[in-house]
Design a protein around this ligand. Structure first.
Ligand SMILES: C[S@@+](CC[C@H](N)C(=O)[O-])C[C@H]1O[C@@H](n2cnc3c(N)ncnc32)[C@H](O)[C@@H]1O
Length: 304
């Protein structure tokens, strides 16, 4: 008898931290947003799967992996768009079938969070869907518009605050190099991004994450067209580090519980620290990278 199979719509993309222990569960296909830099979902027609089919996959995973599942990540690009009742049903069923499950997470666009009431978010968190990965990309509204992110800094700050209040761990990503090598635009991207991170500061002690990725230019995307037509000039590794330095420098010294990471495969220099404690250490490491370019990851080792 052939073993049962989980449903996947390739290509599958997930956060690096969901790589090892997580069951990747297809809740939605593609993404309901179309950002200019995004590769994995550009050719997928967006769809939300039936809760019945998602629950069948939760059962199939039990047959395949017994009681080994400790984390579930809901695919694809913004599974958090689903209705609160459906997310709660999937989450509760996941914990019922997988007794060792400790966390369920999903990608969420700021609008997917803001459309839900504080009460609904609290119920979602209580059901065990307690972490979201949100693409911030930049705090600069002009740049958010250019990359067709369909949100702005105010909405992004609101989404983070709603997550903090509801008990959903907020993990935001920013993209270095997104503004290109124009000095003035890179400076605006850096300063506005730092300002936005400051506005995301939770009122009470809370663990949350900010991760910096470095812009990749995926083939066949609108952002590749911008590069080919010389509208966007990619940054050098040196410029990327200067931009990263400016962001960290402008982040306030008293951020509550924010873990900063730039250890993604797309980055030139791996970094990790708690911002309120390690800011100076992070800046020193960046300065060393700026002074010793031979210590940076070579271009051909970078990847998404
Ligand atoms: C797969 S996307 C899903 C984001 C989610 N739909 C949202 O709107 O927040 C996850 C993240 O990967 C990063 N990413 C995607 N394409 C990228 C690229 N070409 N270069 C660098 N980072 C990229 C962005 O930070 C993006 O938010």
């Amino acid at each position: 008898m052939t073993p049962p199979e989980l449903f996947y719509s390739e290509p599958v993309y997930r956060p690096p931290s969901e790589g090892k222990k997580s069951l990747l569960l297809t809740a939605t296909i593609g993404c309901s947003f179309k950002c200019t830099y995004c590769y994995p979902y550009k050719d997928k027609k967006f769809a939300i799967r039936d809760v019945f089919d998602i629950k069948k996959d939760i059962e199939t995973a039990k047959i395949l992996y017994k009681n080994q599942i400790e984390r579930i990540f809901l695919l694809d690009g913004n599974a958090f768009v689903m209705k609160p009742a459906d997310l709660i049903e999937i989450s509760e069923y996941g914990y019922k079938i997988h007794p060792n499950l400790q966390r369920i997470s999903a990608y969420a666009h700021a609008k997917d969070i803001n459309r839900k009431s504080d009460e609904d978010l609290r119920k979602i968190a209580q059901s065990g869907l307690n972490m979201v990965y949100v693409g911030i990309e930049t705090g600069d509204d002009i740049l958010l518009d250019r990359i067709k992110k369909r949100t702005n800094a105010e909405e992004l700050a609101k989404a983070a605050q709603k997550c903090h209040r509801a008990g959903i761990v907020f993990s935001g990503t920013i993209i270095l190099g997104l503004a290109g090598s124009n000095e003035q635009e890179s400076r605006r991207h850096a300063i506005k991004t730092a300002e936005l991170i400051n506005h995301m500061n939770p009122l009470s002690p809370t663990t949350w994450y900010i991760s910096a990725l470095t812009l990749m230019i995926p083939p066949g995307t609108p952002i590749e067209q911008e590069v080919l037509s010389h509208k966007l000039h990619p940054m050098s590794s040196f410029q990327i580090l200067e931009e990263l330095r400016m962001i960290i420098e402008n982040i306030s010294d008293d951020l509550n519980g924010c873990i900063f990471r730039a250890n993604h495969a797309s980055n030139y220099l791996p970094l990790k620290g708690i911002l309120s404690k390690d800011k100076q250490k992070l800046l020193t490491t960046i300065d060393q990278g700026i002074k010793n370019p031979q210590s940076l990851k070579p271009e051909y080792f970078r990847g998404l």
